[in-house]
Design a protein around this ligand. Structure first.
Ligand SMILES: C[S@@+](CC[C@H](N)C(=O)[O-])C[C@H]1O[C@@H](n2cnc3c(N)ncnc32)[C@H](O)[C@@H]1O
Length: 250
């Protein structure tokens, strides 16, 4: 049976790769890269660097996500069609680049359990394409851990809950969940909405990379300035990834 290694590579630095990740990668006959159309040149370069360093010569097989109709007449049917097409492309790539008992690696940014669809896509592929395989997941360092380490802070205060959400969900997040709340996938500056005079923010962009930028302070004081900084950084690099922790300090 084939083994699919879903390997968390950490969010940012090649030094985040664990020994377990390196051993999974070294065992692979090929690396399958799911190109969801948002892959940035710097991220692709990091993936190539990791393969060149730890498994030189291992081919990277890019599977481009098939196009999807975002406003279909029949939404469910279109999603089913899209999943099936993606599963077929992926299974074809795996079958033609590895033996029946071979090893295939998927390199996942950060950790595979956090806002990543690789495991879901593999599940579709197993169900729809009958690909017999064992899935081995290697945990990776998430952007959240890189953020808290960079600022030298705890993720929670004593026995306090932690809420993790996306910027899209932030406006509907309750005041109690916002007391200690990590926000990811923010295309704008979600922190500038609905803050109180006690809302403190620890913010980080390009975490773990040489371009890392950190800011911290009360949102009322630094919120607008960080929003402006984010625009400038996006213009400078052509893309940006940021993560932040909002906490009520009252
Ligand atoms: C699709 S999610 C992937 C999360 C990833 N699986 C993880 O474990 O961190 C992408 C989001 O993660 C966060 N992120 C990932 N890498 C980051 C980095 N190096 N610096 C800042 N934020 C990052 C951003 O919020 C970004 O919008």
């Amino acid at each position: 049976m084939r083994t699919l290694h879903v390997i968390g590579i950490g969010a940012g630095s090649p030094e985040f790769l664990t020994l377990q990740a390196i051993s999974g990668l070294s065992a692979a006959d090929c690396v399958v890269a799911l190109d969801k159309g948002d892959a940035k040149a710097d991220l692709l370069a990091l993936r190539q660097h990791i393969v060149d360093t730890h498994a030189p010569g291992t081919p990277i097989v890019a599977v481009v996500d098939p196009p999807r109709d975002r406003n279909p007449h029949d939404y469910d049917a279109e999603v089913r069609r899209w999943h099936a097409e993606r599963a077929r492309l992926l299974a074809d790539a795996i079958r033609s680049n590895s033996a029946d008992d071979g090893h295939v690696a998927f390199l996942v940014w950060g950790d595979p359990s956090l806002y990543d669809s690789t495991l879901r896509i593999i599940e579709h592929m197993k169900n729809l394409e009958n690909l017999e395989c064992e899935v081995v997941v290697t945990p990776g360092i998430t952007a959240i851990q890189v953020l808290t380490a960079a600022h030298g802070i705890l993720l929670n205060r004593i026995s306090e809950a932690i809420h993790i959400t996306t910027a899209r969900k932030l406006p509907e997040t309750s005041a109690s969940d916002r007391r200690n709340c990590v926000v990811m996938l923010d295309g704008g500056a979600g922190w500038t909405q609905d803050f109180t005079e006690h809302t403190f923010m620890w913010w980080g962009a390009f975490l773990g990379t040489p371009q890392q930028v950190l800011r911290k302070g009360y949102v009322k004081d630094i919120g607008e300035e960080v929003a402006e900084l984010k625009k400038q950084l996006r213009a400078e690099h052509g893309w940006i990834m940021d993560t932040y922790l909002l906490r009520e300090l009252d």
